[in-house]
Design a binder for this molecule. Sequence first.
Ligand SMILES: [Zn+2]
Length: 565
Amino acid sequence: MNINNSCSIYLYLLKYSINKMLVHSYIVNFGIIKNYFFCDFIYKKNIKTKNIYDIEKNILNLNTLNKKILKFNIDNINLLKYFKNNKNIYSYNNLKKYTKSNIIYFIYKIDNFIDISLREFNFNININNLNIEKKIYQTWYKNKIIYRICGNEKNTLDIIKNNNNIKKNKFNKLYYIFKESPGMIFWNNNGVIIFNELEKYITEKLFLYDNYFKVKTPIILNSSLWNKTKHSIFYSKNIYNLVINNINYYIKPMNCPCHIKFFLKEVKSYKDLPYRILEFGNCHRNESSGSLHNLMRTRSFFQDDTHIFCSEKDLENEIIKSINIIFEVYNIFNFKNIDIFLSTRPNIKIGNEDIWNNSENIIKNILNKKKIIFNINCGNGAFYGPKIEFVLKDLYNRSWQCGTIQLDFFTSKNLDASYIDNNNNKKFPIIIHRAILGSIERFIGIISNHYLNKYPLWLSPIQIIILSITEKQIDYVKKIFKKILFLKIRVKIDIRNKTLNYKIREHKLNNIPYIIICGEKEKKNKKITIKSINNINYYLISLNKFLKKIIKEINLKKHNEIFNG
Ligand SMILES: [Zn+2]
């Protein structure tokens, strides 16, 4: 079966169903990327997960497609005539602009919904293989919310994975989710390696930039603390609470109050500012079960969370530095396509309008000064202040909010966290809440897609594998293994009694960046032969020369050359 044919039909039926089920919705964009299809639209009401279930049900009920869909072909002159009289998702002017003469178009019609294609669809497909994602994606364009509904074909998942050379075997698996803790991740060894590499990278990056204090704080805190910060009012729906010995505790949904505790202990005067705290903090939020989505939306997650306590004088400089750091980090992961949003005051908020006007203007001015193009996301700020949001696009062009910089003029007052300024007056610091990767779980989900599981060397769970050709080279393999292990490179050996081609094929499928081959020639000459995932091969080179090259590659966090981002 032609996969694209099925996706074309699914997309057509999705457009038809959105048009039918969401009255007055307006389709603005749609497409097929690999074996994934999507439709973007504007809709004045809020989309709920139930709407998506209804849309899928509507498509599945169209079981005898051949009878229901009217199909005819038409040339461009007649096409324009036809559409002049029929209102549709395509504007007449656009059709005039993009259609060409001497081409036959196909028109498909169900009820009053008409679609055009250059291709003739084969409707002989199994509609039950349709999989619509039960998640609401939304993004903003020119102050309008654009919704996306997307999907793929169920039994083509294996084909997709093989096409992408992704073998979802035990080796490539990073985590599990069990029904006993929905929305929470059990990382396996590979997942922990990637997680730890990310934490190490962000920590080292920040320590090089400025003076940061890295902390670890508890996840269970007395509810009185959350009453003072007002989280218990604005966030109550999402907080897990526990009552132990008649005392009410919350499992922290964010790390801010814990970091303020450090400020209260360690900061006395303006000389201690800016005071920057970093934590890879474990937060829990009780998200609805319908919104859970593997690594992308979880109930328990770690955040690379920073709180910067500063005076007004330092504020602009600290925000600019944070923006620079975020762009530098995203560049390391080869993310080029980043959307920036300024999220402004929500309806339910604390503080007066003057402070909100001031803080929104501070962000606007900085973004303009740095010539950063941004969209305004009205009403989506935090209850304590406006935020800059950094949205990354994954391989499937889906948007994911990762980085955030939030201004907060209120929380330090609520917790009486003050300092003495240079005139001996009591002052409250402004708090910048910042995350670069955001949820580490989500970030790993995004990069797994982005890299198609072929991680760059520095992130790869196994960096090198050493193969013997026969059992005569086992000693030589073990000797090299020890040398490499000593350099803290993640290395394994494969001395199984299998053919060399079998072993190479298996490790290439497992996306091992470098395969070292040790045969008799290599052993005799005290050299090695390399096969890399980039298909750059080295024949009989010295181990030291190779190790120098890969240590450099790890330290520079080089992108894998086969990916263009
Ligand atoms: Zn915070």
